[in-house]
Design a protein around this ligand. Structure first.
Ligand code: SF4
Ligand code: SF4
Ligand code: SF4
Length: 338
């Protein structure tokens, strides 16, 4: 595939080691911006969207190494071989993942809710869905859902055939395989919304497969790979469109059902120092549920394994019952009900 155009702002020869210093600096800037926005309570969701936009800009225009949701796992695994032998190489492979995982130990999976470009792209397409649902009849919604599903499936089949005709499956175009799984799972989830929780278990399978490939030394590419790398990869572009199309049918479908890195971050987030919890003031009004893009909260009950720490539910709760619990910080809800 020939290049569409070169969009990166930073050419490779400026960087000391594959641009990793520049990328890490840009990445840390996004995280600092996110941290500052998280503590602001007024218009927090507006600030979150600003951080997401800045982050997408940084990933698209600055980052050039593979920092997709597979790359962050694989690079860390490769990096384990280098500390003590070649620390610069170890830094290159492990630096970003260490930052994101360290962040999750402290603040939960904020990478998912505030920074990850794959999450942001889905959230933005999902917002179109929410807007349409609010203004349409059930029949129109079903017709649109079926129409989108048909277009996603048709585009996917045509694209896959084109990609696999000329390239090696799995090694070069593995993103398409995950995208095909996503298309099937999303259609199933759309038809059977009650299966949502069970389908989320598939993320563990996805993680297991990625780890097996890492151990076997097989490089598989992330579905949104082309956003990070200047690689002009049709398979990645196609997969990105499938991820965004799926989010029109089920919000953040990729995050919910297939992302291997998300399940790692949520697992860490479950035991993080900072967590969202429901206090005694909950009236079970369920106003928190519709604002959650991953179906992680229902009548004040949180599923930490699906939460992205976006804090939308905290901001939407009319009773102030949902709170961000941090060590040493007095709770709003406890203070209100003392
Ligand atoms: S679950 Fe995966 S794709 Fe979704 S926001 Fe988190 S890391 Fe990104
Ligand atoms: S919005 Fe608040 S009060 Fe209502 S169910 Fe959710 S946590 Fe409870
Ligand atoms: S449970 Fe709340 S903080 Fe977690 S993802 Fe849902 S809305 Fe965001």
């Amino acid at each position: 595939m020939g290049p569409f155009f070169t969009w990166k702002l930073v050419p490779g020869n400026l960087a000391p080691f594959y641009q990793s210093y520049i990328e890490l600096a840009a990445f840390l800037t996004v995280i600092l911006l996110g941290a500052a926005a998280m503590v602001v309570r007024r218009n927090r969701q507006v600030w979150r969207r600003v951080v997401q936009a800045v982050s997408l800009f940084v990933f698209f225009l600055v980052v050039s190494s593979c920092l997709g949701v597979f790359g962050l796992i694989r690079n860390f695994y490769f990096g384990l071989a280098w500390p003590g032998k070649d620390d610069l190489r170890a830094f290159y492979y492990m630096g970003m993942t260490v930052v994101v995982v360290g962040l999750a130990f402290n603040f939960g999976p904020v990478f998912c809710g505030w920074i990850c470009p794959t999450g942001t792209l889905q959230e933005w397409t999902g917002a179109l869905r929410t807007r349409f649902r609010a203004r349409s009849t059930p029949i129109a919604r079903k017709a649109l859902a079926l129409g989108v599903a048909a277009v996603v499936l048709a585009a996917f089949l045509v694209g896959t055939e084109r990609v696999f005709r000329s390239r090696r499956p799995m090694l070069e175009d593995s993103a398409v395989l995950w995208a095909s799984a996503l298309a099937v799972i999303t259609l199933f989830a759309m038809l059977r919304p009650k299966a949502d929780r069970a389908l989320k278990v598939i993320r563990y399978v996805s993680l297991g497969v990625i780890l097996l490939f890492c151990i076997a030394g097989v490089t598989v590419t992330s579905p949104v790979h082309f956003v990070f790398s200047n690689v002009h990869d049709w398979a990645s572009l196609l997969s990105t469109l499938v991820i965004m199309g799926s989010a029109l049918l089920v919000s953040r479908a990729w995050c919910r059902y297939l992302c291997p890195f998300g399940v790692v971050l949520c697992g860490i987030g479950k035991h993080a120092l900072t967590r969202v919890e429901c206090g005694p003031g909950c009236t079970r009004c369920n106003q928190c549920a519709p604002v959650c893009t991953t179906g992680a909260v229902e009548r004040g009950e949180l599923d930490a394994m699906a939460c992205t720490m976006c804090l939308a539910c905290v901001d939407a709760c009319p009773e102030g019952a949902l709170v961000v619990r941090r060590p040493g910080v007095r709770e709003r809800a406890e203070a209100a009900h003392a």
